[in-house]
Ligand binder design. Structure first.
Ligand SMILES: [Zn+2]
Ligand SMILES: [Zn+2]
Length: 401
C-alpha cells in the first residue's frame, strides 16, 4: 500500500473544510442569485463555475450539453467514478424578496434554489480536492443547465458526460424549505415522478352560437373530455400507485356568439412507474378517440414523454444515508415520494444513483419552492457541501467497492 493521507477523522476534516469555505460559497451564491439565467442560457453562471474550478485547480470542460460544466477530481488510487450533479438554471418568476442581492434580471429568479445547489457543489469540490489523495477513484462534478425544463441532463448525456471517464455511480440533491436547516432526507425507491406533457386539439365546425345544430361545438367536446379524463386516475389506475393527470390550459373561442373551429387543451401526466405511465397514455388516447367520435369533434392527442421517474438505487441510498448520518451524527429522515419531476432521473436510469433532500427551511418562515418570496437558509450550502463530500469520501474509500 502506498502511503496515503487518509484522515482518521473524516467528519472533522470535512466539517472544517466546509466551514472554511462557507463565506466564499455564500458570496458566490448571492452573486448567482443576483444574476439568474433561464434554461440553456446559463453562460454567466457557467463562467462563475469555471472560474471557481480554475481557482481550485480542478480541470474542467465548459459547453457540455450547451451551457453545462464538468470538472474532474482525480483520486490518489484507482477506483470507480462518482458523478455529483448540481443544476444551475433559474425560473421566469419576478422576485419579491426585497433582499439586497435580489435578482437584477427583470422577471427572472432563482426561486428553486439552484443558485444554492451550484454553490454547494463548488463547496464539495473544494473539500474533495483536498481529500483527493485519499480517494480510490475520481469525482466528476456535473454542473447541469436546464433542469426546470427537464432538458439539461439529457443534453449533457448526449454530449458524453457519462463517458471519459465512464461514470459508475451518481449522487444528486435538492434543497427543500419544508425541511428545517440541518435536516436531511431520502426516499426509498421511486422518489420523483415520470413527467409527461400532452396537447389535445379538438376540431369542431365553427358557426353562429344561435344555430349549434349546423355547427360542431369543440368547446362542449373539450369540456366533456376534461371531465372524462378525470376518470383515468380515479378509475383505471391502481390506488396504491400514485398518479396525477392535470389539464393546465384550455384555449378556444373569441366571442360570446361564435362557436369556434378549435379548442386546444394542454396538460401533464405524472406517475412513479412505467406501467402506470403507459396505462395513462393509453387511456388518454382511448378517451380522445371516444369523445371525438361521440361528439363529432375529432380530438388529436400529441403525447410527449418527458423525464423518467427518479428511482433511487437502494444500495446507493443506504450508503448515502450512512455517510450523512455519520457526518452530522443525526438520523436521516425518510421522505415520501413526490409527483414533481427531476431530470437527475436520466442519470439514475443509467447508473446506480441516489438523491438527497437537503433542509433549507429558515426558522420562522414557511417558504415554498417556485415562490416569488422564496428565501432558502444559506446555512444549507456548507451543510450540503459537507454531506456530498462525506458521501463521496465514503463511496471512494479504498476497498469500499
Ligand atoms: Zn424547480
Ligand atoms: Zn429545483
Amino acid at each position: 500500500m502506498p502511503d496515503i493521507a487518509i484522515p482518521n477523522d473524516p467528519a472533522r476534516a470535512i466539517a472544517e473544510g466546509a466551514a472554511a469555505s462557507a463565506p466564499r460559497l455564500v458570496a458566490i451564491r448571492r452573486d448567482l442569485h443576483a444574476h439568474p439565467e433561464l434554461a440553456f442560457t446559463e453562460q454567466r453562471t457557467a463562467g462563475v463555475v469555471a472560474a471557481e474550478l480554475s481557482r481550485l485547480g480542478i480541470p474542467h470542460r465548459t459547453g457540455v450539453g450547451r451551457t453545462g460544466v464538468v470538472g474532474l477530481i482525480e483520486g490518489g488510487l484507482p477506483g470507480p467514478t462518482l458523478a455529483l450533479r448540481a443544476d444551475m438554471d433559474a425560473l421566469p418568476i419576478a422576485e419579491q424578496t426585497g433582499l439586497a442581492f435580489a435578482s437584477r434580471a427583470p422577471g427572472l429568479m432563482h426561486a428553486c434554489g439552484h443558485d444554492v445547489h451550484t454553490a454547494t457543489l463548488l463547496g464539495a469540490a473544494a473539500i474533495l480536492r483536498d481529500l483527493a489523495p485519499a480517494l480510490a477513484g475520481r469525482v466528476k462534478l456535473v454542473f447541469q443547465p436546464a433542469e426546470e425544463t427537464l432538458a439539461g441532463a439529457a443534453a449533457m448525456i448526449a454530449d458524453g458526460v457519462m463517458e471519459n471517464p465512464r461514470v459508475d455511480m451518481a449522487l444528486g440533491f435538492h434543497n427543500y424549505p419544508e425541511i428545517p436547516l440541518g435536516g436531511f432526507a431520502t426516499t426509498p425507491g421511486a422518489a420523483l415522478a415520470a413527467s409527461d406533457r400532452f396537447e389535445i386539439t379538438v376540431r369542431g365546425v365553427s358557426g353562429h352560437a344561435a344555430h349549434p345544430d349546423v355547427a360542431v361545438d369543440p368547446i362542449l367536446a373539450a369540456a366533456t373530455l376534461v371531465v372524462q379524463l378525470q376518470s383515468v386516475v380515479a378509475r383505471e389506475i391502481d390506488p396504491f400507485r400514485p398518479a396525477v393527470l392535470t389539464i393546465g390550459a384550455i384555449q378556444g373561442g373569441v366571442a360570446h356568439n361564435i362557436i369556434p373551429d378549435e379548442v386546444v387543451l394542454r396538460g401533464t401526466a405524472r406517475s412513479l412507474d412505467e406501467e402506470t405511465r403507459t396505462r395513462i397514455e393509453a387511456a388518454l388516447r382511448r378517451l380522445c378517440e371516444g369523445v371525438g367520435a361521440g361528439m363529432r369533434a375529432p380530438c388529436t392527442l400529441a403525447y410527449h414523454r418527458g423525464c423518467p421517474p427518479l428511482v433511487n438505487d437502494e444500495g446507493m441510498r443506504r450508503r448515502l444515508v450512512a455517510s450523512v448520518a455519520a457526518q452530522f451524527a443525526t438520523p436521516v429522515e425518510e421522505r415520501a415520494p413526490s409527483l414533481g419531476g427531476e431530470d437527475f432521473a436520466y442519470f439514475a436510469e443509467r447508473v446506480p444513483a441516489a438523491h438527497l433532500a437537503i433542509g433549507s427551511g429558515q426558522k420562522g418562515r414557511a417558504d415554498r419552492l417556485h415562490n416569488s418570496a422564496y428565501q432558502p437558509d444559506e446555512g444549507a450550502i456548507p451543510l450540503g457541501a459537507a454531506a456530498l463530500a462525506r458521501a463521496a469520501f465514503d463511496l471512494l474509500r479504498p476497498g469500499a467497492g
